[in-house]
Design a protein around this ligand. Structure first.
Ligand SMILES: Cc1cc2nc3c(=O)[nH]c(=O)nc-3n(C[C@H](O)[C@H](O)[C@H](O)COP(=O)(O)OP(=O)(O)OC[C@H]3O[C@@H](n4cnc5c(N)ncnc54)[C@H](O)[C@@H]3O)c2cc1C
Length: 434
């Protein structure tokens, strides 16, 4: 059994793991390693062959593999070690990482800093407890995406999509391109969970109907799925009687949410945020386990990969500083809470702010669609900062830089969303402060 030591190890070689490793190396970490269980770097991007990636990071519209390629090249041109086909089995407090691969067998690495970057997995039929029989032909949208885009199989010809997450919307268009008939997308919530651009480009452009406030109440078929029954739901998400109708299909694709892949963290005693499903972190993306950082979809589900790269670079830089013993320590962490209108906020706590730091960047998800809104910070119960947002949707992440002078010495920070008075704001007004 090999035993090696590194300054920083990123677990997962998707966009988060690569950006964290590169940032750690740039910040002076001498020995950096990425461990990836797949046969190549890139993570989920390798199967996302549609465009729409990198508009912010590279100011270009790239495909998923195109975006991944840019980072893979940067990793190749660095002296970062990469272990492919290697699965991390355990990452214990103290930085002892155990992995296994067909080529090298069992390996133990000692890391001064570890960055969790394992991404997330899809919720399945079991997670939403859909009634009916258990025929073949029911897939998660991401599994179908891999089949179509990477393996060359078509999972069905008459398709319905359950849930309006981005993967489902992207797959509605992909299946149409491949000659299948996509009959409809059914979403239980009164609003879509996908990006507006995906609703327009993947459904409206192809005449695929989106039924909001509808739930699947049965899946039919013995060996192969033959159809589903759908019913309307009320505002309490209860089935409305006498609204059921059947849709014939040979394939059901589920796009009903993602779950951060945190089994390694859970086994190591990591403190998790029950709403994001990811670690509780401070502004350095340091978790409750000293020397363990988190980035990307394992921390919280991102809408755009550009934010993943940006946030992972914070984790990577912090991991390098921790490895050199330079990450500030001491002082009580301040709690950051998601108040009215906000579902999630990251980071969820603030370690002592560094001298000279002008602002702290926070990432939010709204609890519900709200149109024009005010993002408000209450510091120890007092309104300290306010920013106008043109439109607020749960599917689109809100990213805001909060000036340190507004945070002040407050020990409790709470963010809220309130309806903005008057009509929708213009771009120029974004960024206005209280
Ligand atoms: C279908 C789909 C469509 C999307 N469309 C867009 C879009 O149009 N535009 C956009 O900007 N963003 C899009 N995104 C979002 C973006 O792709 C993701 O936010 C991003 O890929 C997340 O990066 P990550 O590194 O956190 O996770 P991932 O890309 O999932 O990478 C995690 C990596 O960790 C590895 N791993 C996990 N566990 C272990 C272990 N124990 N040991 C070793 N390795 C492990 C996995 O194999 C994987 O390679 C889309 C995402 C999906 C799923």
């Amino acid at each position: 059994m090999r035993e090696l030591s590194y300054d920083v190890v990123a677990i997962g070689g998707g966009p988060a793991g690569m950006a964290a490793a590169l940032a750690a190396r740039e910040a002076g970490a001498e020995r950096v390693l990425i461990i990836e269980r797949d046969r190549e770097l890139g993570g989920i991007l390798q199967q996302c062959i549609h465009n729409g990636f990198g508009l912010r990071r590279f100011e270009e519209e790239l495909t998923g593999p195109g975006y991944a390629h840019r980072y893979i090249e940067m990793v190749r041109n660095s002296d970062i070690d990469v272990w492919l086909d290697t699965t991390v089995l355990a990452a214990e407090p103290g930085g002892v990482i155990t992995s296994v691969s067909p080529q090298a067998g069992l390996q133990v690495v000692r890391a001064t800093s570890v960055v969790y970057a394992m991404g997330c997995r899809e919720r399945t039929r079991g997670a939403i407890r859909t009634p009916g029989s258990r025929p073949a032909g029911v897939f998660t949208a991401g599994a179908a995406q891999r089949m179509v885009n990477m393996e060359g199989y078509l999972p069905g010809k008459e398709v319905v999509i359950v849930g309006s997450g981005d993967i489902g919307l992207i797959m509605a268009r992909r299946m149409t391109f491949e000659g299948a008939k996509v009959k409809a997308v059914f979403e239980i919530m009164p609003y879509s969970n996908g990006l507006t651009r995906n609703i327009v480009q993947c459904l409206e452009d192809f005449g695929i109907p989106l039924y909001l406030g509808h739930s699947v109440t049965a899946i039919h078929g013995k060996d192969r799925v033959t159809g589903i029954t759908v019913s309307q739901v009320n505002e309490k998400l209860e089935i409305v009687p006498d609204t059921a109708f059947d849709v014939a299909c040979d394939c059901v694709l589920l796009s009903v949410g993602l779950i951060p892949e945190n089994e390694l963290g859970r086994a190591a005693g990591l403190m998790l945020d029950p709403i994001t499903g990811g670690a509780l972190v401070d502004q350095f993306r340091q978790t409750s386990l000293p020397g363990f950082f988190a980035a990307g979809n394992v921390l919280h589900v991102h809408d755009l990969v550009d934010w993943v790269s940006e946030e992972a670079a914070i984790a990577g830089r912090s991991a390098a500083r921790h490895a050199r013993g330079e990450l500030p320590e001491g002082g009580a962490a301040r709690q950051v809470a998601a108040g009215e209108g906000i579902r999630t906020v990251v980071p969820q706590r603030l370690s002592p702010l560094e001298p000279g730091k002008m602002s702290v960047r926070f990432y939010f998800r709204a609890a519900r669609p709200m149109g024009a809104s005010l993002l408000q910070l209450y510091a120890d119960g007092e309104l300290a900062f306010e920013r106008k947002l043109r439109i607020v949707k749960p599917s689109e992440m809100i990213v805001a830089d909060i000036p340190v002078r507004k945070i002040g010495a407050a020990t409790k920070l709470e963010f809220r969303l309130a309806p903005a008075p008057g009509k929708a704001e213009t771009e120029e007004e974004i960024g206005e402060e209280a």
